[in-house]
Design a binder for this molecule. Sequence first.
Ligand code: 13P
Length: 262
Amino acid sequence: MAVTRTPLIAGNWKMNLDHLQTVALVQKLHWTLRDAGHESDSVEVAVFPPFTDLRTAQTLIDADKIPFALGAQDISTHDSGAYTGEVSGTFLAKLDCRYVIIGHSERREYHAETDEVVAAKVQAAVKHGLVPVVCVGETAEDLEKFGASAVPAGQLEIALAGLPADADVVVAYEPVWAIGSGQAATPAQAQEVCAKLREVVARVVGEEAGVRTRVLYGGSVKSANIASFMREPDVDGALVGGASLVADEFAAIIRYQKHVGV
Ligand code: 13P
């Protein structure tokens, strides 16, 4: 089954930048790409600011016709009601969010999100027409004990259970030991696990979904290493943390196709 998967370069801002700083970064990123003659059709760009910035980002993207998709960093399993502090997928959809990150290792670790909670959030996202960016990955200890792919593959299997065959999802392989450490996985490691995760998508959601679903790598991605990941056949993009907060650096990551040797 021949298919072209549009590469996705996604910036997870985590808990950084207020709504005023959001304006500055989105504008600077847009101008930098425009001035460089970047062809926006070649790569999809998505930004994931904190909840309090989403309305600002939405308004700016809409007013200036900026070709970036918008995403949130989390979603409630509930639609509405007495859930203090939670944010419903209904609200995210109203803000033109296309994506929502689910199951990031920081939420699994600091907010005790289990695989079952992650699965419920995936269902909530799909219900509201949002594309879940399902994050999976092994810790350094898991890596030592089980190898690289067993833990992320198991997490993904639970997260995707029960999705319809036409579900639109993105998978992000983020080894926990590579996040914010400056020590990225090697392209070969990323390829091996991303290929395994694609097999899980094919088995759990359906063969066609396995072919069309984008699998991203995340963990210490920067302009100096992005091209080497994107050369791998099963790596369809990147989920970028720290480097997505600096307009010039994130623009250089987005423009990986222009890097020497690509
Ligand atoms: P860094 O790019 O800062 O390592 O973060 C990766 C990440 O967690 C993206 O979701």
